[in-house]
Design a protein around this ligand. Structure first.
Ligand code: GDD
Ligand code: MG
Length: 360
């Protein structure tokens, strides 16, 4: 039986303070809490037992996913009193694992949307005999990630988390946030204190001569760490670019959840999701955006590449491009917000207050 640990703690895990009480893994992407996609993909790859390592706003996970049986999984939850870091979180759930010392345990960062062939990673781990195997992907700008150079057999030669200087950027291969650990390696991580698997465990293992194997897989991959990335990921799920068995409907230009009301002449494109109970007015255009449940978009508004929070209200003819509108916020009619603007939850932008285009 294959089992996995899913890391869903850490501080930056909600679209703070926009979706007020929802940690990021629970914000809906393509209509279901983002975590559902990761859980369903793991299940489809043969994983049966998953331990969620949580810290921040942990209490929201269990009421929603329960014992996991709805997804065909057995789920367990472990909550850290203080965030233990990635390595500490992994070590902290070791007692819940059932694998023997030499057996493989999958570990996933909880904010990654990917088409990774999970079975292939496990197979690579088995055939290489590695202590740890890592999914690697290539990105144009690796500075926000862990750099992982490998030799020509794929064996990892170094691990450089968030390189600071140009000299440190020795490769475009980065840690994609999915690993297979030999169970005994998990047990060797120190207990009772924060540990970073990226800054401490991997460099120490390499220094001690352990075998870390990289598997470059250039399938769809996105870290949903920013609101922009989150909106992109949700749209890519709807468009079918990012594969997931958990999408509640057919892939296509848009996904409209039951009880949403969309005016017949409104246009929904680019992977837009309209949440339950949301209302889209006549002539409105919503492009590549996620509209959460209960939000209202008035007639003639145009919303592009944006996240509209629960029960938020977007006034008539307002133009939003690359914005995040917090839960219960109200943007009045005839505004223009662009370029990463974030409107805090429960706040109001009066009608005709902000414009970017030239005055008529
Ligand atoms: N339980 C728990 N406790 N989980 C944690 C903690 C913690 O203290 N700290 C972080 N996590 C979880 C986060 O929720 C996330 O799912 C995952 O661990 C990675 O943490 P991030 O904070 O998202 O790290 P990052 O995106 O800056 O970098 C990581 O991911 C990159 C790929 O997206 C690193 O693993 C990089 O090496 C990697 O390239
Ligand atoms: Mg991340």
């Amino acid at each position: 039986m294959t089992e996995a640990i899913l890391l869903v703690g850490g501080k930056g895990t909600r679209l703070r303070p926009l979706t007020v009480n929802t940690p990021k893994p629970m914000v809906p992407a393509a209509g279901v809490p983002f975590l559902t996609h990761q859980l369903a993909r793991a299940r489809a790859a043969g994983v049966e037992h998953i331990v969620l390592a949580t810290s921040y706003l942990a209490e929201v996970f269990e009421p929603y996913f329960g014992d996991g049986s709805a997804l065909g999984l057995h789920l367990e939850y472990v909550t850290e009193e203080e965030p233990l870091g990635t390595g500490g979180a992994i070590r902290n759930v070791a007692s819940r694992l059932r694998s023997g010392p030499d057996e493989p345990v999958l570990i996933f960062n909880g904010d990654i949307l990917t088409g990774l062939d999970i079975r292939a990673l496990v197979a690579t781990h088995a055939s290489s005999g590695a202590d740890v195997s890592l999914h690697l992907t290539r990105v144009a700008d690796p500075r926000a990630y862990g750099l992982v150079p490998t030799d020509d057999t794929g064996r990892v030669t170094a691990f450089l988390e968030k390189p600071q200087t140009p000299e440190e950027i020795v490769t475009d291969q980065i840690n994609a946030g999915a690993y297979v650990f030999r169970r005994s390696v998990i047990d060797s991580v120190p207990t009772g204190r924060p540990v970073s698997v990226e800054r401490e465990t991997f460099p120490e293992l390499l220094a001690a001569g352990a075998h870390l194997q990289g598997m470059v897989d250039s399938t769809y991959w996105l870290d949903l760490g920013t609101p922009q990335a989150f909106v992109r990921g949700s749209a890519d799920l709807v468009l079918g670019r990012a594969p997931s068995p958990a999408i509640p409907g057919r892939c296509g230009d848009s996904l409209v959840l039951p009880t949403a009301e969309v005016a017949p002449d409104a246009k929904l494109t680019g992977g837009t999701v309209i949440g339950a109970g949301a209302r889209i007015g006549s002539g409105a255009r919503v492009i590549g955006s996620t509209v959460l449940s209960g939000a209202v978009i008035e007639p003639g508004a145009t919303v592009t590449d944006s996240l509209i929070g629960e029960r938020a209200h977007i006034g008539a003819r307002t133009l939003l491009t690359d914005t995040v509108i917090g839960d219960d916020a109200k943007v009045g009619a005839d505004n223009e917000l662009i370029a990463g603007a974030r409107i805090w939850c429960n706040t109001k932008v009066p009608p005709a207050t902000v414009r970017f285009s030239s005055d008529q």
